[in-house]
Design a protein around this ligand. Structure first.
Ligand code: HEC
Length: 170
């Protein structure tokens, strides 16, 4: 009988301690542990990117040399490129610029200060390929996000080639 009582007491103590431990593991009682992921320099999506570390080399080659203006389009606007551009456009641009680039994507009504540009109009279509490329790369300050981190150089040129077909469709 004494043994049973001792066993019961022991399980009670273990159970209690376990319960206290669970309060912490399930964040019922929250302790701010420092985590190494938080300490390292980082930025959230759409925040200004960190400056590029010194002496780093772009793996895709120079994208645009500042003094030389907009780059030339090195990707021929063939079927493959345009088809790829269309796909990428529907992923990265359509929500703002609309499926046909008319500036009427599903989130356009919420961008109250600056509506997404209508890409079918001459204001956009008269720009050079390189200028459109730089718009995708750098965004438009406070209006359109820079998409250089979402799209490789090749993918951006594919989108430029696709944007050209939007004009023909008009
Ligand atoms: C978050 C919404 C948003 C997304 C995503 C977005 N844009 Fe825009 N874009 C805008 C807005 C807003 C403007 C209008 C800026 C202004 O008023 O000057 C704009 C303008 C433009 C212009 C015209 C720039 C000019 O100088 O006339 C081009 C070209 C363009 N976007 C292409 C793209 C492409 C290509 C993508 C996808 C790779 C894209 N945008 C993704 C919101 C967006």
């Amino acid at each position: 009988m004494r043994l049973l009582r001792q066993l019961f007491l022991m399980f009670l103590v273990i159970g209690f301690l376990g319960g206290v431990l669970l309060l912490f593991t399930y964040d019922v009682i929250k302790v701010e542990w420092p985590s190494f992921m938080e300490i390292q320099p980082s930025f959230r999506p759409m925040e200004n990117p960190l400056p590029i570390p010194e002496r780093s080399i772009p793996i895709e080659g120079a994208i645009a040399i500042p003094a030389l203006g907009a780059p030339e389009n090195p990707i021929p606007a063939d079927e493959t490129s345009v088809a790829r551009g269309a796909q990428l456009f529907s992923i990265h641009c359509q929500m703002c610029h609309g499926p046909a680039g008319e500036g009427n994507g599903p989130i356009a009504p919420f961008l109250v200060n600056f509506r997404p540009a209508n890409l079918t109009l001459p204001v956009v279509q008269d720009k050079s390929d390189g200028s459109l490329f730089l718009t995708i790369t750098n965004g438009v300050t406070d209006r359109m996000p820079a998409l250089n981190e979402n799209l490789t150089v090749r993918e951006r040129w594919d989108i430029v080639n696709f944007i050209r077909t939007l004009k023909a469709a008009q």
